[in-house]
Design a binder for this molecule. Structure first.
Ligand SMILES: Cc1cc2nc3c(=O)[nH]c(=O)nc-3n(C[C@H](O)[C@H](O)[C@H](O)COP(=O)(O)OP(=O)(O)OC[C@H]3O[C@@H](n4cnc5c(N)ncnc54)[C@H](O)[C@@H]3O)c2cc1C
Ligand SMILES: *[C@@H]1O[C@H](CO)[C@@H](O)[C@H](O)[C@H]1NC(C)=O
Ligand SMILES: *[C@@H]1O[C@H](CO)[C@@H](O)[C@H](O)[C@H]1NC(C)=O
Length: 589
């Protein structure tokens, strides 16, 4: 950081809540003010007859979190829970290129949740994702059912897109392209076209294709769900927001044979209190927080909870079915022209001024990602409409921003110094090939019944052979992208330095790539599925997001996805918030 950004907001919003007296009882209690929780709190408080308490463990956003390109700087800050995956077992290894064989798992601990830390990329997933949810028995979740909820939130600023049936204007959430891009972004889209893909709205009728990314941006600044859904309603008297309030457990009452959630216990400023919910408790604490809270409160796998001495309220498969998007990190290509994103070029005073004065320029880039592609490997369904690999295109590499990417990925010195440090003066670009629907699933388990102790995260990446095979194909297609005429015109060539730990394999052979992905394992932080929605014995919530077997308790966040959506999940989670809130309104009419 070379400059101190402008003072952006008047913080009266928060002052409001500092003075707040928390009442002993509300109609609804929402736990977690993230992508989903902010939406739920907004929509429920539209009914003036209801009182709502939103509890958030973190504080408010800052001026830094407003600047799109600096999103990486929020990781490992106090706005981040700073989770890490458990070291892998010896029979399935991953994250080997990271210090301690552990990948960092950032999660937002701030009002707006992970929508404050994320790269802002606006993607909805594929029609077939939602249709398959519906086919699994989740009535009301087909693509036709969910599309109106995506549109309900949306204020798309692209005049061409809003004329299509897939987008809308006037919602709380602003969506637009970054006003700035490198010439390589255009090369990326043209490369796709040369390979036979269309340049199209990947959130429209067909997902397969290449596109310049849209993001949750508002006039060049981040549009988190706190900014979109909570700031505009700060004067609503019936919504109270308690920041720095860590919810410790859900409290149940049993009468006859019915168990009902009647409130929560939380800690703020070192003081523990309890609040009651007349109608419902809603967990929107995210794919790690929600299953943890359920388990410490007695809802989870019976054997696991018994082992920890937790009294069973309901035996359910909480924490199972953990799914995430994972790919190969650091797939780097080199060019000659000085047009890429480097710290030297873009962390400068003129660049900062352009942002401060005009809300434009390189600082508005979506966490450095300019282009997206949804492509088919030979393993994808034959109809070609449900791609199995996503590319994120960035005009930069691990070295480009000095030390930050190295720090937040936690890569080992040996890996960094061998492959990326020598590129300090080079012009580089990267494709991140990512598995859209991994078959490997992992789990979240408690380490302790103490709610302040972090749970154990085992993503179990690449356990399924098919995931390795699909990703190898994705990597090979990325090489083909780099070999199209738009990139050849920049004299683009792959970085040829073999990855430490993988030198025993022939460079760029299948074995080499498998080794590389098990070293530079790259999650883009999309955990989902840990409180699965469904009607089967693996599910935790029903299709109306009510926790099976108890009353007055729902989960509304990324954890309810039965299968992870084929795309970046922030917009889908916001949709889940919209739909969940509507279900609550229907039931309490
Ligand atoms: C670094 C990063 C980059 C990403 N990039 C993108 C992207 O570009 N595009 C995209 O679509 N998606 C992206 N994602 C993913 C996306 O942001 C998440 O999937 C989404 O925000 C999840 O929403 P959620 O509501 O389930 O959880 P969250 O938004 O994480 O919200 C959970 C909230 O609950 C709070 N909480 C948790 N436990 C408690 C407790 N016990 N008491 C009180 N409060 C609690 C948390 O502090 C948090 O505010 C990214 C995520 C990260 C971390
Ligand atoms: C609020 O309560 C009033 C009085 O009971 C009722 O007439 C009104 O319909 C309620 N509003 C909503 C939105 O439910
Ligand atoms: C990459 O391109 C080559 C040459 O056109 C082609 O033979 C190969 O099948 C492509 N690879 C993949 C994985 O599509």
């Amino acid at each position: 950081m070379t400059t101190k950004p402008r003072i952006m907001y008047v913080h009266s919003f928060i002052v409001n809540f500092l003075l707040l007296q928390i009442l002993p009882e509300y109609d609804f209690i929402v736990v977690g003010g993230g992508s989903a929780g902010a939406v739920v709190a907004n929509r429920l408080s539209e009914n003036k007859n209801w009182t709502i308490l939103l509890l958030e463990a973190g504080g408010d956003e800052t001026e830094i979190s407003d600047i799109p390109t600096l999103s990486g700087y929020l990781q490992l800050s106090d706005m981040d829970w700073q989770y890490k995956t458990a070291p892998p077992s010896s029979d399935n290894v991953y994250c080997l290129g990271m210090i301690g064989d552990r990948c960092n798992w950032p999660r937002g601990k701030v009002l707006g949740g992970s929508s404050v830390l994320n790269a802002m990329i606006y993607v909805r997933g594929n029609k077939f994702d939602y249709d398959s949810w519906a086919q699994q028995g989740n009535i009301g979740w087909s693509y036709a059912d969910v599309l109106p909820y995506f549109k309900k939130s949306e204020d798309n600023r692209n005049p061409y897109l809003v004329r299509t049936p897939y987008h809308s204007q006037g919602g709380y959430l602003t969506v637009q392209e970054s006003p700035w891009r490198t010439p390589l972004a255009v090369a990326f889209v043209k490369a796709g076209m040369e390979m036979g893909y269309k340049n199209r709205d990947i959130n429209g009728e067909t997902q397969t294709g290449f596109m310049l990314a849209q993001g949750t941006l508002r006039r060049g600044n981040r549009c988190s769900t706190a900014k979109a859904f909570l700031r505009p309603i700060r004067l609503r008297q019936n919504l109270h927001i308690a920041l720095h309030s860590h919810v410790m457990k859900v409290i149940f009452e049993k009468s006859q044979s019915v168990t009902r959630a009647i409130g929560i216990q939380f800690q703020k400023n070192g003081k523990k209190s309890m609040v009651k919910a007349r109608k419902e408790v809603i967990l929107s604490a995210g794919a790690i927080g929600s299953p943890q809270l359920l388990m410490v409160s007695g809802i989870g796998p019976k054997d696991h909870l018994t082992e920890l001495g937790i009294k069973i309220v309901k035996d359910l498969k909480v924490g199972h079915n953990l799914q995430d998007h994972v790919g190969l990190g650091g797939l780097t290509f080199i060019i000659d022209e000085p047009i890429t994103f480097t710290k030297k070029r873009f962390q400068t005073v003129p660049v900062a001024l352009e942002y401060v004065l005009n809300e434009r320029g390189p600082l508005t880039s979506l966490g450095g990602v300019e282009g997206l592609a949804f492509i088919n490997t030979k393993y994808a369904p034959d109809h070609g409409l449900w791609p199995d690999i996503q590319f994120h295109f960035a005009p930069s590499s691990v070295n480009s921003d000095g030390d930050q990417i190295r720090k937040i990925t936690g890569i080992r010195d040996s890996l960094y110094n061998t492959m990326y440090k020598p590129l300090t003066k080079a012009e580089t670009w990267t494709i991140l090939p990512l598995l859209l629907r991994p078959r490997s699933t992992g789990w979240i388990r408690l380490k302790s019944k103490n709610p302040f102790v972090y749970p154990i995260i085992e993503p179990n990446y690449f356990a399924h052979k098919q995931d390795v095979a699909v990703l190898i194909e994705g990597i090979r297609i990325a090489f083909n992208v780099s070999n199209t005429s738009p990139f050849r015109s920049f004299n683009s060539r792959p970085l040829l330095t073999p990855m430490p730990g993988c030198r025993k394999h022939e460079l760029f052979s299948d074995d080499y790539w498998e080794c590389a992905m098990r070293h530079f394992t790259f999650t883009i932080y999309h955990p989902a599925g840990t409180c699965k929605m469904g009607v089967d014995s693996e599910s935790v919530v029903d299709p109306r997001l009510r926790v099976h077997g108890v009353k007055g308790l729902r989960v509304i966040d990324a954890s309810i996805m039965p299968t992870i959506v084929s795309g970046n999940p922030n917009a889908p989670v916001i949709m889940i918030g919209e739909k969940g809130a509507d279900m609550i309104k229907e039931e309490w009419k």
